[in-house]
Ligand binder design. Structure first.
Ligand code: AGP
Length: 605
């Protein structure tokens, strides 16, 4: 949520700020802005909407200045307009902020009572005014430090000062902040991706830390303002190259990358010859695990829900799952024999990070399944299982979801064999099937044209339903989530067996209903539920891996995914649903990679 960038250089910085903001746009795209220091003045430019608008403004009236900060906003306090766009500047300082200041109303009242005036509706402006006040008696670092003491909430900040024209101060509490280094230039950014075109040398601020950047050096300070040293991480080539290539959208590219990312993921964890799963150093000895608790948000939660069916099927371990925003406020009975697993693509989701912190405070063992290995959640957990999906840019998660499922499945198999919950024969059969997964995914994607036809059925639809049973139920939830976030069409995911308990009332003539019916123990029951929908006029889009089931006249469209085994069917059923959501969004002219009101990394509660 919100992206920030800061560059201290020996040459003009505005063009590089714009380029970095374009990379950060996945974090927020309600408005954009930058501020540079020129001739002892703060030169601010802002727009509502996208970075390309800001670029046009700069093209007409270029910004000079070798020091600058930039921002893309995902609105929290105040509507998305120019006035509320960042940076928020006084005559003395300019601030960009990612996060939320929870006590901003209280501070606002206090500052207003002293006669200070606010221009915007944002929480950020209190930071600008507090620093401006503090600067009357303190130097910049002390002013920022004193200001941070008054703030509650989570944030990452970038600050420049009119009278100290060679420095940028960065600060982090809760929201991530990276620092980049290169010759005669240094940077701060919300993530390393924003800095990639300029450097591959990165450090990360830890919670509570501050940094002071000049073009030649960076100093780091802890929460009591003691100097600290930082490790510098060198990013690999892979981590540095990201573009859309031949694809129209990042989401489409990410769907097509899945055979490769899943192959990479499997080969990271499964020995190619011996069929060993090389997951080691369990934080709790597998035989002593009492319960697995899986926690995530949105799509990551759907992967936890899918994994629950696998753990129940293959192991004797009790499983509990929860949505992170609920988990963090529950009155839980923590148990040191439980393994708490946090699933997150970004590794920065505020609720998931807070749920993890709660576990740490209660001294229980934590594991994270993440895509971004240098993320907060990865760094704060006892044990990390990366999903190796590569950078995911599309706001709608695709390859990361399938990656999360793959890692969860591998973890489940490993626990099952180590605990002897399954025998060697079952284990080997499952590993063999797993290895066939990348090819099966490829086959699904190769039938994209059928999905394009299916997508047309949604153009005049008022809504839609996604139904499945067993492990197809979380995939129904995921399919509905993808469709609504991308095409703004109402979509409900339901366990098919639950329809009679209320949702059947929604079925009317022509309503698209997606039936997920793999050939598993629920197949016949799902078909019965489908008949009930047909009898009430629902338009059926039928997705199965059953070769025998002929697609009859009551089914408007059918799509077959390859059959590997019942355990892996949720992964394969996901592919047509990703493509469906993508094509409905394309047909409806929606912004596929940046759906309205959303952001890739949800760093506020
Ligand atoms: C996925 O399509 C969504 N954009 C969203 O639900 C996402 O999965 C959720 O916000 C969790 O993000 P995370 O995996 O980065 O923690």
């Amino acid at each position: 949520m919100c992206g920030i960038i800061g560059i201290a250089s020996n040459k003009p910085v505005s063009i590089n700020i714009i380029n970095s903001l374009k990379k950060l746009e996945y974090r927020g795209y309600d408005s954009a802005g930058l501020a540079t220091l020129t001739d002892d003045n703060i030169n601010e430019k802002k727009c509502s909407g996208r970075v390309e608008e800001l670029e046009k403004i700069l093209f007409k009236t270029p910004s000079k200045g070798n020091i600058g900060i930039g921002h893309v906003r995902w609105a929290t306090h105040g509507v998305p307009n120019i006035v509320n766009a960042h940076p928020h500047s006084s005559d003395e300082v300019s601030v960009v902020h990612n996060g939320i200041i929870e006590n901003s109303d209280e501070i606002k009242r206090e500052l207003k009572s002293k006669g200070l005036k606010f221009k915007s509706q944002t929480d950020t402006e209190v930071i600008t005014l507090l620093i401006t006040e503090a600067l009357k008696e303190n130097e910049p670092l002390k002013s920022v430090y004193k200001t941070l003491k008054k703030l509650k909430g989570s944030f990452a900040l970038g600050i420049i000062f009119k009278d100290f024209s060679n420095i940028i101060i960065g600060a982090r509490r809760g929201s991530p902040l990276a620092v980049g280094y290169s010759k005669e230039e240094n940077y701060i950014g919300s993530d390393s991706y924003a800095l990639k075109s300029m450097t591959n040398k990165i450090s990360y601020l830890d919670d509570g830390e501050l940094c002071v950047l000049t073009k030649d050096q960076v100093s780091f300070y802890d929460e009591s303002l003691k100097k600290v040293n930082k490790k510098i991480h060198t990013m690999s080539e892979n981590e540095s190259s990201i573009d859309k290539g031949e694809y129209k959208h990042f989401m489409q590219k990410e769907i097509y990358e899945q055979p490769i990312t899943i192959k990479n993921c499997i080969s990271e964890y499964v020995d190619s010859l011996k069929k060993n799963i090389n997951i080691i150093n369990f934080p709790i000895e597998p035989n002593n695990i009492n319960k697995i608790v899986l926690v995530g948000c949105g799509t990551a939660y759907n992967s936890c829900l899918t994994a629950k069916y696998w753990f129940e099927e293959l192991t004797t371990i009790d499983v509990e799952i929860d949505i992170a925003s609920e988990f963090r406020y529950r009155k839980l009975k923590f148990n040191s024999k439980n393994l708490y697993i946090f699933v997150s693509q970004s590794g920065e989701t505020a609720d998931t990070a807070a749920a993890l912190d709660l576990c740490k405070k209660n001294n229980v063992k934590t594991c994270s399944i993440v895509n971004v290995i240098e993320s907060t959640i990865a760094r704060n957990s006892d044990w990390v299982l990366p999903i190796h999906a590569g950078t995911e840019i599309g706001v709608a998660s695709t390859k990361a979801f399938v990656g999360q499922l793959t890692v969860l499945y591998i973890l489940c198999l490993k626990l099952a064999i180590v605990r002897k919950d399954i025998n060697d024969k079952t284990y080997e059969k499952n590993i063999n099937n797993l290895k066939k997964l990348p090819e099966a995914i490829k086959e699904c994607i190769s039938n994209e044209n059928k999905i394009q036809l299916m997508a047309k059925e949604f153009l005049s639809a008022k809504g839609s339903m996604f139904l499945g049973r067993g492990s197809s139920f979380p995939i129904a939830l995921e399919g509905a989530l993808k469709l609504k976030e991308l095409s703004y069409l109402h979509a409900e995911g339901y366990p098919a067996g639950e329809m009679k308990h209320g949702p059947l009332a929604l079925i009317e003539e022509g309503l698209p209903v997606i039936i997920l019916a793999p050939k598993d123990k629920y197949f016949e029951k799902t078909i019965s539920n489908m008949q009930e929908v047909i009898a009430r006029g629902g338009k059926i889009l039928f997705i199965t891996d059953n070769k025998k089931e002929s697609i009859n006249e009551n089914i408007r469209f059918g799509f077959r995914v390859p059959h590997l085994d019942n355990l892996l069917s949720p992964i394969l059923l996901t592919l047509p649903l990703q493509m469906l959501a993508y094509h409905v969004a394309v047909l409806k002219n929606c912004d596929v990679d940046k759906p309205r009101n959303l952001a890739k990394s949800v760093t506020v509660e």
